[in-house]
Design a protein around this ligand. Structure first.
Ligand SMILES: [Zn+2]
Length: 246
């Protein structure tokens, strides 16, 4: 059965765009699946991890039979079965300074679906430096957050958080645990924001959305660029991005 078309022309634009998803874990599985369901035709998944049993409760594209496989291969196969029109390219590598430009090239936006604060600063700095719109998210225990970074236009992750805390001082999602459904909620919201970026325009630029999985409460916090931010202070936005942000 053909699903109903939710939005005509914007969805046609989504079908033409390609999205880079960094991380094929909890957030990446939810975001990629939601993009495929919405009508995306091209994704690239980046991750150098393999599927472990402890992942399965929240990384919903991986199954018990995928244990030990590269996450990107497991996720690609699950996506192909669920969304036959979606072509998923995979890169079983860690996103880093020496491969960032090649990985980002040709993609309309980047979804940060990684775990670990140091990695999030790295993804922010590299994506902003390359001028790529970035949908950041973080999850731990019952808390989730989301923001969009339009390089040279809106506040970046480093504008907001400055520098990573000392290594080991803040537990990662892997170490502290996370509510599986929270990962799904936030990953789906990342997909929704990526869809807006390639269709109608980002909603969460200069805004931090937080979600408390215990109370079910969403909050929006207004953000401002830090004029002294070492990552984005010299980044100049493309004319179209400046215009679309008012
Ligand atoms: Zn910044």
């Amino acid at each position: 059965m053909t699903p109903p078309s939710p939005a005509g022309e914007p969805i046609a634009r989504l079908a033409e765009a390609s999205v880079l998803v960094i991380g094929a874990g909890a957030l990446g599985c939810a975001a990629a699946d939601a993009l495929g369901a919405a009508g995306a035709r091209r994704l690239t998944l980046v991750d150098d991890d393999r599927v472990e049993r402890s992942n399965l409760h929240r990384q919903l594209l991986h199954r018990a039979r995928d244990l030990g496989r590269p996450k990107v291969a497991s996720a690609r196969d699950a996506l192909a079965a669920r969304h036959p029109a979606l072509a998923t390219a995979i890169a079983p590598v860690r996103f880093a300074a020496d491969n960032a430009a090649a990985l980002v090239r040709g993609h309309a936006c980047v979804i940060d679906a990684t775990d670990g604060l140091a990695t999030k600063f790295l993804v922010n700095d590299l994506a902003v430096g390359l001028g790529a719109p970035l949908v950041h998210a973080g999850i731990v225990r019952f808390q989730g957050q989301l923001m969009t970074i339009l390089p040279g236009v809106s506040a970046c992750y480093r504008c907001l958080f400055g520098a990573p805390p000392p290594e080991g001082s803040v537990p990662s999602c892997q170490e502290a645990g996370v509510l599986g459904s929270l990962a799904g909620t936030i990953g789906m919201l990342q997909a929704a924001e990526a869809i807006r970026i390639v269709t109608t325009g980002a909603l969460l630029a200069d805004r931090l959305l937080t979600y408390d999985g215990l109370t079910g409460r969403f909050r929006h916090v207004k953000l401002r660029r830090n004029p002294a931010c070492p990552t984005c202070r010299h980044v100049v936005a493309p004319v179209a991005a400046r215009a679309s942000n008012g």
